[in-house]
Design a protein around this ligand. Structure first.
Ligand SMILES: Nc1nc2c(c(=O)[nH]1)N[C@H]1C(S)=C(S)[C@@H](COP(=O)(O)OP(=O)(O)OC[C@H]3O[C@@H](n4cnc5c(=O)[nH]c(N)nc54)[C@H](O)[C@@H]3O)O[C@H]1N2
Ligand SMILES: Nc1nc2c(c(=O)[nH]1)N[C@H]1C(S)=C(S)[C@@H](COP(=O)(O)OP(=O)(O)OC[C@H]3O[C@@H](n4cnc5c(=O)[nH]c(N)nc54)[C@H](O)[C@@H]3O)O[C@H]1N2
Ligand code: SF4
Ligand SMILES: [Mo]
Length: 687
């Protein structure tokens, strides 16, 4: 049987066809607008059955033994009872707010996002925390403050594409196909990346920027576009506000003033600005390479302003504003006690810019547990995340999780985080779960993620776990749904769509026809109704009204101020197409299909540190040390190393976040500077 669903093995949410025989997943294939021979194939999807039926899957609830010597198996009733009892106990002892719920990226950010928020709001805790301060929500915030929503690039129809801190070939295959397609039709490609990625090699112009300094590049491009009068004067006059303020600030960042600081030359910057401004339509594909830097907010705002200045906003082949699906917000935020203050209280604009995102600064959780700041958290439920590996500063993170009185982990595998749990609730995989992902709510068309096989063992889908816990906590009226379909139909009611209808439209359902230049009919969703080059809201809150109005803060690279001892610049990079964050290294078909955990190092540095290909390398920062095998490569510059991301779960010696810090956060979004850091390298003892 061939069944339509959405793959959620990574955040790309590709629509796929699953081949199922006797309730068993056999294989799955990506759908695409391209003819089959041109489609990019995904090794994770090819290994879907190996992942789903991995002998390492958690298949029954586990409860930590009283003597601490491992776990014992339990039934769902006992496990949920125990979790509910702990919720009650901690609320009685220290108030509901001492219980937090931490969400990783795996369950998606769409319709299921509301479920734990609803549960926690009813319970009385404002502390449902996501990881958006280091993933894309910080960028969403910057887009939203500039033109009211996060625009998405329509690369397929673009004549000029800037790929800025994104590596779709390894991270988002649908988007990569669109870029390839446009390039085949002659589009100009500009890549901004400190690393020579496959796309950078193919680009008409590759800007090998200094990590973390993209904001200065964007300001220099704005400066050039304004100076040379390459902007779209009509659009700027009619649809924007604050142009004169932007012009004044940008004038302080001409290419001549910034080029050297950001490792580029003046002509490259000017060429990028001119190419982008003159080749219409153009789009900018911004990515996670811009996140995890302290300046992410202003950087991404400046990039957003480039889109508006050039009139590329909401045009075919430009950056299009979404037509979101009107789903019902079921978070029940009004049920939170009045005046409940979240642990992320220092980031009020970020906490509230969107109706649904809520709190996203996960570092605040560690402060609360370890320092009782702003107040103590004693119990955490971790769902679909592996913070011991994926949060900045692993040593501090581990210390915090070890200190918790109660840790509940909802997981598919026995991760480093799960090992510390008091209760582990086994979760079903994406092929065993029906849900509606953010990619389908944010914009048309909608694709349903369908349960195409039954849950493996006694695992439960996330929705079922949250609903059952909600009922056990006394909220039966608020969690009446016995199936994902019932809940989804309720959420989808305002859109006039049902799960059944989505199933009948496995190749995508449009609630609304695609429209461009929507700002001609309705104002931008900003306070002034225009694109805001200057934001009064930010200025009132004490932040720069125009990006980089007060200059670039101190060095955006972590530990940059350490003298001499840590001379190399390390970047967290190279997501491998075979793996998602800390996942899948225990799947032999994936692990054995390519290199292990490697650090890319330039031949000159290899010579300096006496390293040859495959040698074990020790990389140290003031926070800790890791060991990875040397891969000698000119994809990185001399003086810089790129560390493979996500191997810490498989081998703690490779845990990149042992090197990163969370001490200096973005004042606006709480983002940690875990993308780049100063470090030193040496040959490690042979393993
Ligand atoms: N230094 C550095 N740090 C980073 C990054 C980096 O590049 N460098 N990347 C950052 C980014 S962008 C992100 S998004 C975060 C990711 O951080 P996490 O969200 O912690 O990422 P994963 O390692 O993907 O962990 C997901 C976990 O969910 C489990 N899981 C998978 N599917 C399901 C499911 O359906 N239900 C349940 N309950 N569990 C499931 C998996 O087994 C896995 O253990 O890491 C961030 N941290
Ligand atoms: N295979 C695979 N796919 C994934 C994931 C995965 O772990 N593996 N994770 C998923 C998740 S959670 C996310 S958020 C996305 C992320 O996917 P992307 O948005 O593509 O992000 P990355 O691959 O982390 O980094 C993109 C590029 O940014 C570059 N870069 C690093 N620092 C800088 C900088 O300072 N400036 C600029 N301009 N570029 C920089 C890197 O060299 C890299 O080529 O991928 C998702 N898809
Ligand atoms: S890129 Fe691969 S793993 Fe990610 S959603 Fe698409 S098919 Fe699944
Ligand atoms: Mo992410």
């Amino acid at each position: 049987m061939i069944l339509d669903t959405v793959c959620r093995l990574c955040s790309s949410c590709c629509p796929v066809e699953a081949e199922v025989v006797d309730n068993r997943l056999i294989a799955a294939r990506r759908k695409s607008f391209l003819v089959p021979e041109k489609r990019l194939s995904c090794p994770k999807l090819a290994a879907a059955a190996d992942i789903v039926y991995s002998p390492r899957r958690l298949t029954t609830p586990l409860i930590k033994k009283d003597d601490g010597s491992g776990f014992r198996e339990a039934g769902w009733d006992e496990a949920i009872d125990l979790v509910a009892a702990r919720f009650h106990r901690h609320r009685e002892e220290s108030g509901a707010r001492s219980v937090a719920w931490l969400r990783g990226m795996a369950a998606d950010w769409g319709a299921p996002w509301d479920y734990p928020n609803r549960l926690m709001n009813l319970f009385g805790s404002p502390n449902t925390i996501g990881n958006g301060s280091i993933c894309f929500v910080d960028r969403d915030f910057a887009h939203s403050f500039t033109y009211g929503a996060m625009a998405f690039p329509e690369a397929k129809n673009a004549r000029c594409i800037i790929v800025w801190g994104k590596n779709d070939k390894d991270t988002a295959l649908g988007a990569a196909e669109a870029i390839h397609c446009a390039c085949e039709q002659g589009a100009t490609l500009i890549v901004v990346d400190p690393v020579q990625t496959a796309l950078a090699r193919k680009a008409d112009l590759w800007l090998r920027i200094k990590p973390g300094h993209d904001g200065l590049l964007a300001m220099a491009m704005i400066s050039e576009i304004i100076k040379e009068e390459l902007f779209d004067a009509d659009f700027v006059r009619t649809h924007t506000t604050g142009f004169e303020q932007l012009k004044a600030v940008a004038a302080r960042y001409p290419a001549e003033a910034v080029a050297e600081k950001i490792w580029l030359n003046v002509e490259q910057i000017k060429q990028a600005a001119r190419l982008y401004a003159a080749t219409k339509p153009g789009c900018i594909v911004d990515g996670n390479g811009l996140d995890m830097h302290r300046e992410v907010f202003d950087t991404t705002r400046a990039i957003a302003m480039l889109r508006a200045l050039t009139g590329n906003l909401d045009k075919p082949g430009g950056d299009v504003l979404p037509q979101p699906i009107p789903v019902r917000n079921i978070q029940l935020k009004d049920r939170l006690p009045a005046g409940a203050v979240p642990i992320t209280r220092d980031y009020p604009l970020f906490n509230t810019f969107s109706e649904t995102w809520g709190n996203q600064v996960q570092g605040c959780l560690i402060d609360a547990i370890l320092e009782g700041s702003p107040y103590p958290v004693n119990m955490v439920v971790v769902q679909t995340g592996n913070p011991l590996i994926t949060m900045a500063d692993s040593t501090r993170t581990r210390e915090a999780f070890a200190k918790l009185e109660t840790l509940v982990v909802i997981e598919m595998f026995m991760t480093e985080t799960a090992k510390l749990a008091d209760v582990i609730l086994p979760a079903a995989s994406c092929f065993e779960t029906t849900q509606l992902n953010r990619s389908s709510i944010r914009n048309n068309p909608m694709f349903l993620q369908n349960a195409v096989i039954p849950p493996v063992g006694d695992s439960w889908p996330n929705w079922q776990i949250v609903f059952a816990l909600g009922r056990r906590l006394g909220f039966s009226a608020e969690f009446p749904w016995q199936s994902a379909e019932e809940a989804l139909d309720y959420q989808l009611e305002p859109a006039g769509v049902t799960v059944e209808k989505l199933r009948q439209n496995g190749n995508g359902l449009r609630v609304e026809e695609m429209r461009y230049e929507k700002y001609r009919e309705a104002p931008f969703k900003t306070p002034t109704g225009k694109v805001e080059f200057f934001s009064a809201r930010l200025a009132e809150a004490g932040f720069p009204g125009v990006p980089f109005q007060h200059g670039l803060g101190d060095d955006p690279i972590s530990f940059a101020d350490r003298s001499g001892e840590y001379p190399m610049l390390g970047i967290s990079g190279s997501r491998d197409i075979r793996f998602t964050n800390s996942q899948f290294r225990t799947i032999p078909s994936l692990r054995e299909a390519g290199p292990g955990c490697v650090v890319d190092i330039h031949p000159e540095d290899a010579l300096r540190y006496d390293l040859t290909e495959g040698d074990p390398v020790r990389i140290e920062s003031p926070k800790g040390a890791v060991e990875m095998a040397a891969r000698i490569s000119t994809t990185v510059r001399p003086g810089m190393v790129r560390l493979a991301w996500g191997w810490g779960e498989y081998d703690l010696r490779c845990n990149l976040n042992a090197l990163t810090e969370d001490d200096r956060r973005s004042p606006v979004t709480g983002t940690s500077t875990s993308r780049s850091f100063m470090c030193r390298v040496s040959r490690a003892q042979q393993r």
